[in-house]
Design a protein around this ligand. Structure first.
Ligand code: LLP
Length: 424
């Protein structure tokens, strides 16, 4: 995002820092790209709500003809509130999970959305809850890879889905319960390398071509999400045009293998939203430690955003590009660690995936300057928390040269609202 086009200082004065800043034009452009990628009868894109469940994001997804991948009862209901059709003809909303929790089973049964079964016991739970309808089955295909081990969702170490060699057991359970299996699904990792992603998609098509003859009611296979986003400056953007070729070839192969028309669905979360948002923090101070027998000294830029706002660097060692807006922005870069307000030494935005500090060359800011963490639209607000009772950051949406507040900062009253003292 080119920050010079936005009045970030003026917005910071109005809503306070830190805040998330979304550019609606980028969001709409990304959804338009996904719509073009899946243009045609047998291709459909779902948006994985978990990446960013904001109402504006869901509305943009709907306007571009996306369907929904929901992973909780409340994600189903947020999609409903944003105007997505319920029911399974067609299955606009699919609920994917390994475990039903809270209102998930109820949301599925009451709204008749397609459950994507990823643990065998879910079939019994659905039947007992009175569900009568089609299901999808999530397969663990035995391979996969993500940007870190924790985001690898295929293989023997993954808890997700039904192991591919055991699918027949779940098929029998579905038959006994009277649930037609209308789709087969797999999601094998989030944030892989570009070539690896392409290879994995082709391998999934081959696996589904082998499985489809066992599932006479299946009309679609779903290849999951995982389209890579270029977080580092100069990183190659994923070539969506090539993916379209893989999808079209996939439809041809699957239709031939099943001897009936088969469609392909995909469900990216990160791709449409990662690049449309930044997290804007205020520089509060600049300080340093000195070398001693324990290690070298470091210079710290202290900001008012922490891992409660954006957890990806602390949790995965993820890279987010950082820039400075303000008096210091044109100074010669020096190595700095960027750290937040939490009482944890891991509250650092410049880390590697070995949990070590990784100082970044940045211009020396002045206290009061803004420090901007880029590409924060995916798994940013969605994974934020109110740890240490700091309210979740405000969210600002920019469209047609105008800013609007789409989520205000969480207050103390919001935070304590569920506290109670009720006899049980
Ligand atoms: N479908 C399913 C079933 C998923 O579990 C996921 C992501 C997606 C689709 C979307 O994947 P994407 O297109 O966004 O790569 N918190 C991590 C990412 C975890 C994603 C979990 N599942 C991060 O910040 O990188």
């Amino acid at each position: 995002m080119d920050l010079s086009q936005y009045p970030l200082q003026a917005i910071a004065e109005k809503v306070g820092t830190p805040f998330y800043f979304y550019d609606g034009a980028i969001l709409n452009q990304k959804f338009a790209e996904l719509a073009a990628l899946t243009e045609g009868d047998r291709l459909q894109c779902r948006f994985a709500v978990k990446a960013n469940p904001a109402r504006k994001v869901l509305e943009a997804a709907r306007a571009h003809g996306m369907w929904i991948d929901a992973v909780s009862g409340n994600e189903v209901l947020r999609a409903k509130r944003a105007g997505f059709a319920m029911g399974n003809e067609p299955p606009v909303v699919m609920y994917t999970a390994d475990v039903f929790r809270d209102n998930a089973l109820q949301a599925v049964v009451e709204n008749n959305v397609l459950p994507n079964v990823a643990s065998p016991g879910m079939i019994r739970e659905l039947a007992e809850a009175g569900y009568r309808g089609p299901i999808a089955i999530r397969i663990n295909p035995g391979f996969g890879h993500g940007h870190v081990q924790a985001c690898d969702t295929g293989g023997p170490s993954s808890k997700h889905g039904i192991w591919y060699e055991d699918h027949a057991t779940v098929k029998s359970l579905a038959e006994e319960a009277g649930f037609p299996v209308v789709a087969l699904h797999a999601h094998v990792g989030t944030g892989p390398q570009i070539r690896e992603f392409d290879e994995n998609m082709k391998k999934l098509v081959a696996l589904f071509a082998h499985l489809l003859p066992y599932y006479p009611d299946a009309r679609a296979v779903n290849l999951g999400g995982g389209i890579p986003h270029p977080y580092r400056p100069g990183a190659e953007p994923y070539p969506l045009g090539e993916y379209r070729g893989i999808l079209q070839e996939g439809v041809r192969q699957l239709t031939a293998a099943a001897e009936r028309p088969i469609g392909i669905e995909i469900e990216p979360g990160r791709y449409p939203v990662a690049g449309m948002a930044v997290l804007v923090a205020r520089v509060k101070d600049v300080k340093a430690t000195r070398a001693n027998e324990k290690g070298p000294g470091n210079q710290f830029i202290m900001v008012d955003a922490g891992f409660n706002d954006l957890i990806r660097p602390a949790m995965y060692g993820s890279y987010h590009h950082i820039s400075i807006a303000g008096a210091g922005q044109d100074r010669t870069p020096e190595p700095f660690v960027v750290a937040g307000p939490l009482c944890e030494s891991g509250d650092v935005f410049t880390r590697d995936d070995q949990e070590l500090l990784q100082p970044r060359d940045l211009p020396r800011p002045e206290p009061g300057d803004l420090l901007v963490l880029h590409d924060a639209g995916a798994y940013g607000t969605a994974m934020s928390s109110n740890y240490v009772s700091m309210g979740r950051a405000a969210q600002v949406y920019w469209e047609d040269g105008k800013a609007s507040l789409i989520a205000r900062r969480e207050t103390l009253d919001d935070i304590v609202r569920m506290e109670c003292d009720e006899a049980l």
